[in-house]
Design a protein around this ligand. Sequence first.
Ligand SMILES: Cc1ncc(COP(=O)(O)O)c(C=O)c1O
Length: 390
Amino acid sequence: MQLAENLNRLGTETAFEVLARAAELQRQGKDIINLGIGQPDFKTPGHVVEAAVKALRDGHHGYTPANGILELREAVSADLRRRHGVEVHPDTVVIMPGGKPTMFFSILMFGTPATEIMYPDPGFPIYRSMIQYTGAKPVPIVLREQSEFAFSADEVLAQITPRTSLIILNSPGNPTGGAVPKAEVEKLVKGLAGHPHVTVLWDEIYSQMLYDGREHVSLLRYPQIRDRLIVLDGWSKTYAMTGWRLGFSVWPAALVPHVTRLCVNSHSCVNAPTQWAGIAALTGPQDAVIKMVKAFDERRRAIVPMLNQLPGFKCISPGGAFYAFPNVTGTGLSAKELQNRMLEQAGVATVAGTSFGIHGEGYVRFSYANSIDNIRKAIERVGAMLTEQG
Ligand SMILES: Cc1ncc(COP(=O)(O)O)c(C=O)c1O
């Protein structure tokens, strides 16, 4: 076999490995509580499921345009107007099979061995994986606990070089739950004026999950960068639709033909009934979303004090998403070692911070997409394990 050499540079999402090991332990009869999972533990709202069933019954089972059906792109435009107060032409919206393909395609478009791409660290692992795959130089944007895991606009701007082609930013963030404040966003936008050769990939897939009255400030609100802004969003988290594979992105008009060709060359289009379900999600009642975010907030308020009581743990209150990211350096264990012990000895699945970049050492991600009872039971088990070993 003569495999392409760049395959060796492609990484993965280790969260899936933890899930596989947790499933194996469950098969052996062990009682595992899963706080490793990156998806809501809620059901897709009933009216959304019904819309997909109806679409199939109505005969929507063929190919659709590669960029998505117009009705759905119009619904996305209306949703962006409602949520961010911005005008986005439906022709600049591209429907994707999930949020991930938007990062896959934009990194493919901007990554070459001659370019540098910035990405958040700790951050979603696929960013770095794909940057490496293209041969571009990965330049981490370090996210720090002291700044509540928000990026520093000054640091981002200071790292720009003539070779920087793309800056990837994610707020609210996975794995940290960090949400960037408006002042930092504005500083970044202002600074970008001096670097017209740089494009931004803005991942706001958790934008509807913000707590304590925080407001999501979308980069879409800044017309001065719209011609070099790619926005990644989707239904996976907001509507508990991870397995449906439905996402959308907003592109500068000049890039739409390129991304559309990438879609044609890879998946052709997103399956038709799912697109009709997406319309129902955006245009129907939003009470399921509100209910889910309220539940996440309650769990967030419960899990943070519990984590802070564990010996060697220190956890700030996350501003968004559904992850807590405690500092565990006080346990004396590496993140990976602690992750493995919690899974094997306490039956609690979590994900080591190092799965999200080298700056994740000393941290472990706890997803609170699980019931308060399970969260309490899990933290109690970890507490007992740490005390026993202490
Ligand atoms: C920050 C971030 N972006 C994008 C995605 C991808 O979402 P999807 O499942 O829609 O591909 C995830 C999923 O975990 C994520 O955490």
